[in-house]
Design a protein around this ligand. Structure first.
Ligand code: 3HC
Length: 328
């Protein structure tokens, strides 16, 4: 269903899906929970919100390959190396499905990639933190992929068909990613005192940035209410964050690690865990490009794009030759 096609330089995707006319059937389909498909009329603001979210999501998957890719050559065993390789390749695949889903809305891949590289498009804050030890690979699987699943399972029910369908496969693979991370940490926690200390130190560094992945509090979420009205998001940022905390605390207990939050405690009245205040100043600094690794991540993506110029050129020449042959 989704192509791996490369855009040809200079060839822009058409904006055929844009319509200012009344979107006949749009509200009725939303109300009946029927998917909106690329050829259906849709409000321009709906289309733009989807392009923003899906392209940012795709960028996150692609940039997300970098922190873990950093450890492929240093994985301690052949088994762990094979798992990590498969996981990082999966993330690349997720980026491609998501770019393809966004392309169905009439935006070209060139445009999306250019927005990432010139810094005008966002990607997830979490990938601007460094991976300092092997335990980080386990903690990313357990917590980062665990948070990603919590956020992304409801996206399988997103009102836009191509995004929802892409998310089904993404979530299945994310589930494997989360389990391999937890499995890695269980192995380390059964190991030496130094290994257990390494896991705890990694949990201490990642816990708060992972909670930030869900985005600002609902009252500061500029798109949240509209996206929920349109069935793009099914739960608010705070609801998903709470769901993640509630699911993760028992997992931490089984693992034998302490989550670094003195305010984390069960609230019987609410039926949820209470947790401490998130440092939103840190979050916005990271989002604005001032996190520990933002510059390094962007430099790596720009270099990869430049190194791939010959592939795009070869595809362009091949397409020209094919067109010329067909003209004969
Ligand atoms: N990092 C960077 N920017 C973030 C962010 C984060 N963690 N959370 C929110 N923002 C940005 C938003 O993009 C928005 O900026 P914009 O107007 O320039 O687009 C602004 O902060 C305000 O936030 P809102 O709550 O209003 O934005 P949304 O309604 O779009 O909600 C979201 C943010 C929850 C991230 C939502 O876009 C979403 O669910 N996206 C799809 C999932 C996704 O992109 N996940 C990224 C991680 S992918 C991943 O983890 C891969 C895995 O393999 C590990």
């Amino acid at each position: 269903m989704y192509t791996q096609a490369l855009d040809l330089p200079g060839v822009q995707a058409t904006d055929s899906a844009v319509t200012e006319a009344p979107c006949v059937g749009f509200d009725e389909k939303l109300a009946a929970d029927i998917k909106i498909e690329p050829s259906d009329p849709m409000p321009d603001a709906y289309r733009k919100t989807l392009i923003r979210q899906i392209s940012q999501h795709a960028h996150s998957e692609i940039v997300g390959m970098l922190p873990e890719g950093n450890w492929i050559t240093r994985a301690p065993t052949l088994k762990r190396k094979a798992i990590l390789l498969a996981k990082v390749q999966d993330e690349g695949g997720h980026g491609l499905y998501l770019y393809a889903a966004a392309e169905t809305l009439g935006v070209s891949r060139d445009t999306m990639v250019a927005a990432l590289l010139d810094g005008s498009a966002k990607y997830s804050s979490i990938f601007n933190y460094p991976t300092l030890s092997w335990a980080d690979i386990g903690v990313i699987g357990w917590l980062v992929d665990g948070a990603a699943i919590t956020n992304q399972v409801p996206l399988c029910r997103c009102s836009y068909g191509p995004y929802a369908r892409a998310m089904v496969r993404v979530c299945k693979e994310e589930s494997f990613h989360q389990r391999q991370g937890y499995d890695l940490l269980v192995a380390m926690m059964k190991g030496s005192a130094a290994q257990r200390a390494m896991v705890q130190e990694a949990v201490d560094r990642w816990w708060w940035p992972v909670l930030m992945m869900f985005g600002p509090h609902d009252q500061d979420s500029v798109h949240g209410a509209t996206s929920m009205k349109w069935g793009i998001k099914r739960f608010s940022n705070d609801d998903l964050r709470q769901k993640f905390v509630d699911a993760t605390v028992p997992q931490a207990e089984v693992l034998g690690v302490t989550l670094p939050d003195p305010d984390l405690k069960w609230n019987a009245e609410r039926g949820h865990y209470d947790f401490g205040a998130i440092d939103w100043n840190e979050f916005w600094q990271v989002v604005k490009g001032n996190g520990p690794c933002n510059r390094e991540r962007m430099a790596a993506r720009i270099k990869a794009h430049e190194d791939g110029a010959w592939v795009r050129e070869a595809a362009r020449v091949h397409a020209e030759k094919k067109t010329a042959r067909q003209a004969h």
